[in-house]
Each structure stands twice: as structure tokens, then as C-alpha cells.
Design a protein around this ligand. Structure first.
Ligand code: ADP
Ligand code: MG
Length: 653
């Protein structure tokens, strides 16, 4: 006698139910030959499905062995068992177990997909099978749009798509009306005639009557085994099929990339079918990425604005102000700095130029126009210190200072504000009550400074202190340092000179260089701090993704079970969930970047105080980060999906 195709030897299967052990199968011995058509019959709860699951390698025995074609299955790994399910078995379930997201055609293709069949071959095969089963006009229907009988025929096609050497049908007619049930049994009979080995489980003797051999099971024991018709000769077609399966596996490598594409397609389908859930999952990532990108952009922007402002203060200047420090409320009343101090500073070797400044808070008027602006009394070197250049006319000279001359240099903004006809030179404007003649117009200073719309008018400082205030002190003194001198050394020199002159330190200095450094540092720290907060929100978003994916695994347990039953490897399941997580996070990241840009546009329209500078590196980092979150937080759910036991997964609904 040739070896049996399926050989069960002394198999026991028990489940632990609470503290008790429930033995469902007791020392079962069963041989099934190639080409047989067998019915396993018994009352509900007698252990038929459990036996069937062991036969189909969905479940493992606690004791005993199970040989397929002489090969011991108990020594096989998960992937080898998956390969057996994929290439040799075809399952038909009472409740069809089709994937609701896929069309009839898509469902039939699934086992072929896991068998690495190319997309075209796969589709052709599925179409042919469905057409043969009378479903040619239902290819694109989803299971929900098909009748029970039609769904069951789709599941038959699915069982056959990889050959279906052995067809395992668990109560195939259980959910069907009697005529569809009869049709189904005729179909199985036909498949049997084609040479397939058919094993069906039923509690119904009428259904069992379609088989050639009836095995009766009761309380986990075989109590009867009757041959009702003579066994058929084995057909050649099955062994032919076997070689074709082997050839197919050889093409494995070439086709493995297509599994990624399929997993991607599946992920897209799953996402499209659960749009709200997908969107809510993404929301955490969207907000996280948008905040990271905007915060970095805002940080960059404000830093640039600040640096530009510092740059517009002149390249390397030191400001000297009366008082003891920035916060000194008396500083306005301290009248220690004089024009003589400025002249004394000029003698220092490292000083490029010096200007005193006297500020006046007066209205600026020309004919009927009155504007508010900054009126400053300055020295002749002011324009050099600040880095201004002339557009028209001239600066005032040293003798204008000495003679308290009523002349003014204005900037381009002031010219535009006061002289609509464009001719400013020679005109007389009023600073409060004091008439001054415009002798020069400066060019606008190149900077992103937020003061770019300020109006500036400069007159000799003596004119302000002598003719407007009648005072001899100045508001502050600005010193421009030679390019190649260290600003810290220069600052010390200035401090010691002024301390000597005043006899005490009743002034303080602001070094643009140290200001620049400290502001840069502060804004760096701010960016870091806010980025840390943004990163935490990203992390929270990631944990949200993980939670939803875990829920999704639970919700889709039966889908995972079906996929495993038709031969998906653990890696296939893992890949599918991981790709889905990455895709969700990646799309969330992309949307987040879009949102960040939108925030930038809105900011620009509502306020010019904010400047957002998007850096490519922060965007690349954001995308990389969201993808990483997908991998990181998708891994756990993906692994728990892959580790599910096929039978457990299938039995959950
Ligand atoms: P049948 O298909 O003949 O109706 P089953 O094989 O499905 O019966 O189940 C036989 C017995 O095993 C039942 O009492 C059932 O409660 C029990 N059983 C089946 N699967 C499990 C399981 N995973 N855990 C615990 N008990 C189970
Ligand atoms: Mg059952």
C-alpha cells in the first residue's frame, strides 16, 4: 500500500478552560488517501472543527503526530506550515470568511499573491475560476454585495487558486439555503471528480451522503468509518499541479518586490475604507510635524530678524548710555554724557568714528503735512558709524555743528512721507517750532529690519541741545570700532577712559558684538526648548498611532486569520501592518508640512512682525521623524498581528 496523503497518528488536542483541561480530541488515528472524498460527521461540539484545523495545519496537536505526504508537521516552523496551507490546502468555511474590503476577484487572488504569482497571471487565474463557477458578472462585487451562495463560490475559487490539492470544507452548506447547499455539494463533487481530495465537516447526514467515505466522531473519538462508495483512482492532474507549484516558488526572488507593492495597495485600501479613523490617527502626527516645522521656521525667522537688526546697528559698534544698566529707571535723568566725552573718545587709537546722539520728541511738519518720526541730533560721523550713504545732497559738516546750524538730513521714508512732489532738497520743515532746511537724503539701508517704515531726521546735535532743549548733555554716544580690533578690548578701553573723565561709572556700554552673541544664544535656546515641546507632541502623536494600530489589529483579527489560513507568512502580515503604520505617519507628516506652510501664509497676512524661514533640513528631519515614528510605533502592533495563532484569529469575529 502506498503511503497515505494525510496521516494522523495518536493525536490528542486539549484546551485549558479555566483550571480544567478540556480534551476535545482523544487519541485520534486517521489515514486519508489522495483523491478521496470524506465527510466527517458528528454533533455540534464533538470536535470536528478542531480535527479539521489540525488537518489543515491551522492548529497543532498537543500529542501525537501528523504526517503530510510522509513529512512530519510537528517539526515544521510557522513559515513551512504557511507554505503547506498556501500550496496544498484550500479552505472553505461555514461563514465564507472573505475579506470585506476586497472585490470577489481580489479575494480569490489573495492566496496566489502569497504564493508570489505575478499580478497578471494571478488575475487571469482568478477570473477563469470565478467564470467557471458562474460569477463572471460579479468580479468587482464586494462580499457584502453577494448572496451567501455566491460568497461561498468565491471562497471555493479562492481555495482552488493555488491548486487546492486538498480541499477542507467546514460546514460549507451551514449558512446556505437548501438549494444553494445542494449546488455547493454538487460543486464539491465535481472537484472531487477532477481529482481533488475533499474533506468536509458536517452535522447533516444528507450533506455527508455526497461523500464516498463517512467518518463519525463523537466526544473527540472516531466511532465510525464507513466506505459508502468505492474510492476513486488518483488523477494525474494533481501531481502535475504540484510541480507547477514548485516552479512557482523558484521565481520567489524576482517577485518579492511585488509583495511590497501589494502590501502598499492593501494598506491604501484599508486606509480608504476607514477614512475617519485614518484621519484621526494622522491628526497627532499632523499637529506634531506642523508644530515642529513652524516652530523651527519661526525660530529661524526671529533669529534672522534680530541679526538683521543688529547688522543695521552698524558692523562693530559700542553704545554708551547714561545710568547703570538697561533697567535703570533713572537713566533718562542721568545727565552725565556730554559731547566732550564723544570728542575725547575720538582720540582712542582703535576708534573709527564717534557720534553723540540727542533725541527729541517733537512733531515734524512740512506745509500741511504732520508726521511722527525720530528726530536725532547727531555728530558729523553719525552716518559713518551707522553705515548710511547719501542718495541726494550732502551731510552737515563740522562748522554746522559749531554754529548750531538749522539743517537736516532725512531718510528716504521721511522724504516720501513729506514731499509728495519728490523735491526735498532746500525745503524748510518744522521740528516742533524750529525750522530746518533739508540738505541731504539718505539711501534706504539694506536690511530685513522691522523698523524699515520708521521716519528718521538728523540734525546737528548742537542744534537740538542748544535750540530745542537748551542743555549740554547727550542721550547716548555711539562708537564705531576699527574692523580688526577686538570689541571686548575696545569696550574696556572706552570704559576706562570715561571712568577717568567722570571719576565714577555713571554710564554703561552696549557692545553689539556681545549683544549679537547673547541674542543668538538666547534664540537658539528658545528654538531648542520649543522644539523639545514640539518633539514631545510628536511622540504623543506616535503613541496615538500605536494605540490605533493596536486597536486596528484587534478589530482585524479575523482578517489576519483569513490571510494566515490562505497561506500568509508571519512576515507578510507584519509587512502589511508596518507599511500601513508608516504610510499613515508619512502622509500625516506630509500634511503636517502643508499645515505649517499654511500657518506661515496666515501669519504673513495678519502680521508683518513674524518672519517664518522654512529650512529644508527641518522639513527633511520632520519627514524622516514621522516615518521613523511609523516604523517604531507600528512595529509592536505589526508584531502582535503576525504572532496571532491562525485558529484563534479565525474564530474571533
Ligand atoms: P464542532 O466543530 O464539532 O462543533 P469544535 O471542534 O469546534 O466542535 O469544538 C469542540 C469543543 O472544543 C467544543 O466544546 C469547544 O467549546 C471546544 N473548543 C474548541 N476550540 C476551543 C478553544 N480554542 N479553546 C477552548 N475550547 C475550545
Ligand atoms: Mg465546527
Amino acid at each position: 500500500m502506498t503511503e497515505a496523503l494525510l496521516n494522523i497518528v495518536g493525536v490528542t488536542r486539549s484546551f485549558s478552560a479555566g483550571d480544567q483541561e478540556l480534551t476535545v480530541l482523544k487519541d485520534i488515528n486517521l489515514q486519508i488517501n489522495r483523491g478521496e472524498m470524506i465527510a466527517i460527521i458528528g454533533t455540534s461540539g464533538s470536535g470536528k472543527s478542531t480535527l479539521m484545523n489540525i488537518l489543515g495545519c491551522l492548529d497543532k496537536a498537543n500529542k501525537g503526530s501528523y504526517f503530510i505526504n510522509g513529512l512530519n508537521t510537528s517539526t515544521m516552523g510557522e513559515d513551512e506550515l504557511a507554505a503547506l496551507r498556501r500550496d496544498h490546502f484550500g479552505f472553505i468555511f461555514q461563514r465564507y470568511h472573505l475579506l470585506g474590503d476586497l472585490s470577489a476577484l481580489g479575494n480569490v487572488e489573495v492566496p496566489a499573491l502569497y504564493a508570489n504569482e505575478g499580478p497578471h497571471a494571478r488575475q487571469e487565474k482568478a477570473k477563469k475560476l470565478l467564470t467557471r463557477l458562474g460569477l463572471s458578472d460579479r468580479l468587482d462585487h464586494k462580499p457584502g454585495q453577494l448572496s451567501g451562495g455566491q460568497q461561498q463560490r468565491v471562497s471555493v475559487a479562492r481555495a482552488l487558486v493555488n491548486g487546492g490539492d486538498v480541499i477542507l470544507a467546514d460546514e460549507p452548506t451551514g449558512a446556505l439555503d437548501s438549494s444553494s447547499g445542494e449546488e455547493m455539494m454538487k460543486l464539491l463533487r465535481e472537484l472531487h471528480d477532477d481529482g481533488h481530495t475533499i474533506i468536509l465537516v458536517t452535522h447533516d447526514p444528507h450533506v455527508a451522503a455526497f461523500a464516498d467515505r463517512i467518518i463519525e466522531i463523537k466526544d473527540g473519538e472516531i466511532i465510525g468509518d464507513k466506505q459508502t462508495r468505492p474510492a476513486k483512482k488518483v488523477s494525474e492532474s494533481i501531481s502535475n499541479h504540484k510541480t507547477s507549484v514548485e516552479n512557482k516558488t523558484k521565481a520567489k526572488f524576482a517577485l518579492s518586490w511585488s509583495r511590497y507593492i501589494e502590501a502598499l495597495k492593501m494598506a491604501l485600501i484599508a486606509m480608504a475604507n476607514h477614512r475617519l479613523r485614518t484621519f484621526l490617527t494622522m491628526l497627532g502626527i499632523i499637529i506634531g510635524i506642523a508644530s515642529v516645522v513652524s516652530v523651527v521656521a519661526l525660530g529661524n525667522g526671529s533669529q534672522q530678524t534680530i541679526l538683521a537688526n543688529i547688522a543695521s546697528m552698524g558692523t562693530n559698534t559700542i553704545e554708551i548710555k547714561p545710568g547703570t544698566g538697561r533697567g535703570d529707571r533713572r537713566s533718562g535723568r542721568v545727565r552725565s554724557l556730554t559731547a566732550e566725552d564723544a570728542n575725547a573718545l575720538k582720540t582712542l587709537p582703535f576708534v573709527d568714528s564717534v557720534t553723540p546722539t540727542v533725541r527729541a520728541n517733537v512733531a515734524i511738519r512740512y506745509s500741511s503735512e504732520t508726521v511722527t518720526g525720530s528726530v536725532q541730533g547727531v555728530g558729523t560721523e553719525y552716518f559713518r558709524v551707522r553705515g548710511y550713504s547719501l542718495a541726494q545732497g550732502q551731510y552737515f559738516a563740522e562748522d554746522s555743528i559749531e554754529s548750531l546750524e538749522q539743517v537736516a538730513v532725512i531718510d528716504a521714508n521721511t522724504k516720501e512721507a513729506l514731499f509728495s512732489d519728490g523735491e526735498a532738497l532746500g525745503s524748510v520743515i518744522f521740528l516742533g517750532k524750529l525750522p530746518v532746511r533739508v540738505i541731504g537724503v539718505t539711501k534706504p539701508i539694506e536690511s530685513v529690519s522691522n523698523n524699515s517704515d520708521e521716519l528718521n531726521i538728523w540734525v546737528p546735535y548742537t542744534t537740538v541741545s542748544g535750540r530745542i532743549f537748551r542743555q549740554n548733555y547727550v542721550s547716548d554716544i555711539t562708537v564705531r570700532i576699527d574692523e580688526n580690533v577686538s570689541s571686548a578690548v575696545a569696550e574696556q578701553g572706552i570704559i576706562s577712559l570715561l571712568t577717568m573723565r567722570h571719576g565714577l561709572v555713571d554710564f554703561f556700554t552696549i557692545n553689539t558684538d556681545t549683544v549679537r552673541k547673547s541674542i543668538t544664544k538666547t534664540s537658539d535656546t528658545m528654538t531648542l526648548l520649543i522644539s523639545a515641546i514640539a518633539f514631545i507632541s510628536l511622540l504623543v502623536g506616535g503613541i496615538g498611532v500605536m494605540n490605533i494600530m493596536l486597536v486596528s489589529v484587534t478589530e482585524r483579527t479575523s482578517e489576519i486569520g483569513i490571510r494566515m489560513a490562505v497561506g500568509a507568512r508571519q512576515t507578510d502580515i507584519m509587512r502589511q501592518f508596518l507599511i500601513e503604520a508608516v504610510l499613515v505617519c508619512f502622509s500625516g507628516g506630509a500634511l503636517g508640512i502643508g499645515l505649517a506652510y499654511l500657518i506661515g501664509v496666515i501669519f504673513q497676512h495678519t502680521s508683518s512682525d513674524f518672519l517664518m524661514v522654512y529650512s529644508t533640513s527641518s522639513i527633511i528631519a520632520a519627514v524622516a521623524c514621522s516615518t521613523l515614528i511609523g516604523v517604531l510605533f507600528g512595529f509592536l502592533p505589526a508584531r502582535s498581528a503576525a504572532k496571532l495563532n491562525p485558529v484563534d484569529a479565525l474564530s474571533r469575529d
